[in-house]
Ligand binder design. Sequence first.
Ligand SMILES: Nc1ncnc2c1ncn2[C@@H]1O[C@H](COP(=O)(O)OP(=O)(O)OP(=O)(O)O)[C@@H](O)[C@H]1O
Length: 739
Amino acid sequence: LQVNAEESGDDLANPPKVEEKLGAVPHGLSTDSEVAQREAESISRKTLRSSAEKFEFQAEVSRLMDIIINSLYSNKDIFLRELISNASDALDKIRFLSLTDKEVLGEGDTAKLEIQIKLDKEKKILSIRDRGIGMTKEDLIKNLGTIAKSGTSAFVEKMQSGGDLNLIGQFGVGFYSVYLVADYVEVISKHNDDKQYVWESKADGAFAISEDTWNEPLGRGTEIRLHLRDEAKEYLEEDKLKDLVKKYSEFINFPIYLWTTKEVDVEVPADEEESSEEEESTPEAKEDEDTEEDEEKKPKTKTIKETTSEWELLNDVKAVWLRSPKEVTDEEYSKFYHSLAKDFGDEKPMSWSHFTAEGDVEFKALLFVPPKAPHDLYESYYNNNKSNLKLYVRRVFISDEFDDLLPKYLNFLKGIVDSDTLPLNVSREMLQQHSSLKTIKKKLIRKALDMIRKIAEEDPDEYSNKDKTDEEKSEMAEKKGQYAKFWNEFGKSIKLGIIEDATNRNRLAKLLRFESTKSDGKLASLDEYISRMKPGQKDIFYITGSSKEQLEKSPFLERLTKKNYEVIFFTDPVDEYLMQYLMDYEDKKFQNVSKEGLKLGKDSKLKDLKESFKELTDWWKKTLSDSSKQAYMRGKRVLEINPRHPIIKELRDKVAQDNESEGLKQTARLVYQTALMESGFNLPDPKEFASSIYRSVQKSLDLSPDATVEEEDEAEDQPDSEEKSSKDEAEPSYDKDEL
Ligand SMILES: Nc1ncnc2c1ncn2[C@@H]1O[C@H](COP(=O)(O)OP(=O)(O)OP(=O)(O)O)[C@@H](O)[C@H]1O
């Protein structure tokens, strides 16, 4: 008998009620046994189970809950999407584990990856259940109360300064929004590694945990029961819940079911007495006796109302990124972004890029530029490589914390990547090492930078739209000011990109914006700067400082503005650092106008040349003095250098082209090293070497010191000291006599 009982799963000491076995009692909602237990303990919703283990919430969490429970915030709906999103995350986690171990899913209903919502109008309970990963006792204690996440205090601060509760999900504390609508909450959870537990709290500073011996076993997963406040009764209406799921959770990748109850008309056999009574009491029946007689031969039926319940699927499980971009509307993209980014503000994403990459590595991706930067974008910038992209492999969610899918400076982007090329049944660590990731990253960067460039191109404030049709112009009007908005939110990321990403430096420099002496209070780009350069102006001038106002008073600036040169204001603390990396743009060098010895116009080339040779000569002299007797002896056999020497010729050509990539200094060093090698380490006489190269290069550039050091009109305007230093520099500092 016992063996049979075990097989059937029945507990003889505690036989389940017939209704439970048939599933007539809505799953997991308060059962009679629980009510009985609670009544026996004389516990009302005002007290927690006396037998439970009690815990105090961490102080910040407690403050957060106080804020939520006392909030007058009118949009209380948000709790549902937060719970559904948590349920979906838990399902993603178990599905991921099942890739390498099928057993974890269990069998029968437990293996169904779905979300169920049930309402109990009588007891005013709304419950949401998932068959996700579940929580162990320890998880319940840590996740729902004792470990405050970094977002907790940030969110509390935000709320205290009038922030929007709607953004709760972005701070990673979405669960607590349940207290917008409930005054008592139970979380029943079963993890594969532990027993089933109940967490409960009235948001009064404490929560309790008990091993669950009275509810229906969940198999695996979590059920959240919200005991709704009186003023939140609307969440017991099926239609309200259907609307909310449609509105907020349309893009959840697991089926969401609602247990719906309907009254339907059912034909049932009418009983004999009833039908004869009816016949007698109906006068018309007598009149139509003939017809009635005919009908009497048929079985008598009647229509009655019957209540039936069934699971109704509320969402269409579709992956937006798998659809063709032509089929997806702007509104759908926008809604998908909100659900993906847990950003339920009113604003649309600034832009998106939906594409399929083909070739060796195939993947689909959908990237978004959010309307606003998240609160903690730069907080842990230097030790956080995690991108905000969700990685899927063949529709299966793998991770949203994948390292290095995008470079750090693009971490403000949100989106998903779904690859068919990556393997499914390997660990996250192995996937992280997969060679295809490099290709994916490269393509994502390219697409991301294109998407940002388009924000600028479509912004009428950025480019003249005189060649556009009226229709195009009205479309563009919507995008007015978008790039300035982008720059305001994410400009720093672009600057960090210029610093970190040498490969894409030029592309990123195109996206750079700044104010300048000629930008008229607006933002300007480097291309605009170049288009306004004076004839003969070779360099891009900039000045750095803490504010535009302070810089406008700078005497260095005055010298240039007098001559109508445009000067860029770099006022962000990161700009100094940025300019160490951004050496040139479109063959134009950047010149800091507050550096000593600034030359305007073509003389800067000569200055560079002189600097190169001075450096070269210094280095040379040092080499000579450092070298041993042997080197000195070698040096005595002087290498004959003449202008026709191939190395000298190469140097001349490079200087004449003003080859930016090599740089004069590097070229000079290179030439000297090569000369050394070629001469078999016979060191030439430094004086002779320097002045002969100098002379020959000068000749080829036709730069006679006297004629070119200063533009004539400039010399007049120079303050005395600068004039002097310019003149000094006019003499080659490594002329024979000086050396
Ligand atoms: N249904 C659930 N199944 C399993 N674990 C859950 C469930 N709901 C919540 N949790 C756990 O509780 C934690 C806290 O949830 P909470 O909603 O406050 O934050 P979050 O899910 O991390 O972030 P967000 O609010 O952005 O969704 C989660 O990180 C998760 O570990």
